[in-house]
Design a protein around this ligand. Structure first.
Ligand code: MLT
Ligand code: MN
Ligand code: ZN
Length: 306
């Protein structure tokens, strides 16, 4: 099984179009040692090299497809290696790319929870708009931890778990999150049994998720913010990371403490990294702290073989 990181940044990407934080300014003017990153998405491949699941449809999907020619096998006049799309939430950075897939020659197989389906047909009715183009063949993702297969992506088994987080601002229950607004996916190679946990949005690490994290060979987890007050201290927002459903890396109870408690063999990778996060600066002390702990920062094009 292969997991390809198509986009390693959080919403806004890196650099963000209107941002002049130290990171965004530094990468633009060449003074920062860092890679640009597009918005959050991965692709997963199992037994057949031409069949991939797209997990999250980023606003940057067209650039991501160009950067990853493996996703265009060119078997016919119109073709794609994307056999299905799965969504971990209904946020803009994970769903806007659906518009770019409207030329699909068949209804897009789309896996999402009932909560996400409601948001994407009501508050942000992208699926209703797509109905005027290719349409979707919706598959209910049930966040009950039970294993399922995705048609068209052989050799991979999936499990969905409800995780702590916040639904998108256009959700009617933005301030009262429901199970299914945000999920984590356990992605397992059916042949080898090796598994990865993918959770780009995690407001907290609750017991069921922690059990799964300890069993995974690789964890790809929320890397949005280094500190909970990151956006506030930079004067960019009034919201803390925890207000918008993201557990920061540093501090008591932060992501690094959790990752440190995993077995030594577990590969630890931060995904969905916000452009303000100092770990993007490869010369920063925060990045050195990750290196010392064996924690990796995902980059666009990174591939994980399991
Ligand atoms: C999030 O991860 O909290 C959202 O994607 C933020 C956004 O809308 O950019
Ligand atoms: Mn996001
Ligand atoms: Zn920035």
């Amino acid at each position: 099984m292969k997991i390809r990181i198509l986009g390693a940044a959080a919403g806004g990407g890196f650099p963000q179009w209107n941002c002049n934080c130290r990171n965004c300014r530094g990468i633009r003017d060449g003074t920062l040692r860092a890679r640009a990153r597009t918005q959050s998405s991965i692709a997963v491949n199992g037994a057949d090299p031409n069949d991939w699941a797209l997990v999250n449809a980023s606003p940057d999907i067209l650039a991501q497809l160009q950067a990853n020619p493996v996703l265009q096998p060119a078997r016919g006049a119109r073709d794609t290696a994307i056999a299905a799309v799965l969504l971990v939430d209904g946020q803009v950075d994970h769903t806007t790319g659906l518009y770019m897939l409207r030329e699909s020659v068949r209804p897009l197989p789309l896996w999402c929870t009932d909560q996400v389906y409601a948001d994407l047909t009501q508050g942000n009715p992208v699926l209703r708009v797509l109905g005027h183009f290719c349409g979707v063949q919706r598959q209910a993702l049930v966040a009950d931890g039970r294993e399922f297969a995705v048609d068209g992506v052989a050799g991979v088994r999936w499990r969905a778990l409800a995780v702590a987080g916040r639904p998108a601002p256009y959700s009617p229950h933005r301030d009262a999150p429901q199970p299914g607004d945000n999920i984590a996916l356990v992605i397992r190679d059916a042949a080898s049994g090796a598994s990865a946990l993918y959770a780009p949005g995690l407001g907290a690490i609750e017991e069921p998720l922690w059990q799964v994290m300890q069993q995974a060979d690789c964890v790809l987890v929320d890397g949005t913010f280094w500190s909970d007050d990151e956006m506030i201290s930079l004067g960019l927002s009034k919201k803390r990371g925890s207000d918008i459903g993201h557990l920061a890396q540093s501090g008591a109870g932060g992501m690094l403490e959790w990752l440190e408690r995993l077995q030594a063999r577990t590969r630890r990778i931060l995904v969905h990294v916000n452009n303000t996060n100092p770990i993007l600066d490869e010369g920063s002390p925060q990045r050195a702290a990750l290196d010392a702990r064996g924690v990796e920062v995902a980059w666009d094009g990174m591939e994980i073989a399991l």
